[in-house]
Design a protein around this ligand. Sequence first.
Ligand code: ADP
Ligand code: MG
Length: 323
Amino acid sequence: MNTLPSYNKTFRALGTINSIFIPRCHDIKAVLEAARRVEAIDDHFSAFKQSSDVSLINSNAGKRYVKVHADTIGILKRAVELSEETDGAFDVTTRALVDLWDRAKKQKMIPDKNDIEKACQLVGYQKLLLDEENFRVMLRQKNQQICLGGIAKGYAADEVKRILFEHDISNALINLGGNIFTMGEQQTQKPWIIGIQDPTKITGAFLGTLEMNNETAVTSGSNERFFIKNGRLYHHILDPRTGIPSSCGLLSVTLVGECSMVMDALATAIFVLGMKKGLPLLKRYHAHAIFIGTDGKIFLTKGLHQRFKMADQIDFIHSNTAV
Ligand code: ADP
Ligand code: MG
């Protein structure tokens, strides 16, 4: 039988490790084009690159509009919509808070109450002005800053999928730092199976597996980036209303749906809002979910009951499927 070899492209971008795996690859160039696209998105969205659109918008806050790429206008438009839809639980202008807590993590010190209040006053997606026609963006308030950390990987995953699809690649496993997109099947009549991280264990330790079908799976959890002070865990998803890491009764939430960008922002928002307030959002965006509570309980929405298997029932996981 004449079968094509598999191809796996691993690369760093968006502050993480990414991979695009094609089980039978007829077009390596398409995969390389998709990887370059992720790198270009990183160039526009990174807050750590001085010339990125995000850095330009931030350094001109309260001063002037800046001209940005189509990518940037596109994602910010959706980010503002999602900020509205989630009542600001996801807020694209949380950067001042993110910075404050990043410093806290480095120094292993809880930020001062006043500093938290000051940073909270700089959060407010309503003050992000988009001039779509002319590709211009401005933050109205001085020192305000945007941050795409909670949505960029999803946007990039959608773009990778689009490019592969345009090049007639119909089977793929895209993994952008844990944002998964699966296309087609792993083998004929063998669906992709991904591992769902156990939030209480080291990365790569799975709680269970999920069968995937041309869709994306995105997780937000308290186990990724955190520090512990006085016996309390401080993680990287912040509640814009209080200015402190969210404490919604969840260890992690995994969303499964069609659009990776939407699932990415929603997962961040639902991690802030908690399961009860998250359920109507799932309905609105046709998403399935796996909630893992701080009490250790697992809750699956209906659509996942047949597709999720607990770890002790697993006999084989494909090696490229780490969530
Ligand atoms: P990860 O990027 O670790 O996979 P998320 O998608 O949940 O997880 O994004 C978390 C990142 O989003 C944080 O590191 C921070 O940059 C940013 N962030 C934190 N809290 C919020 C929030 N409430 N709204 C929007 N972005 C946030
Ligand atoms: Mg997210």
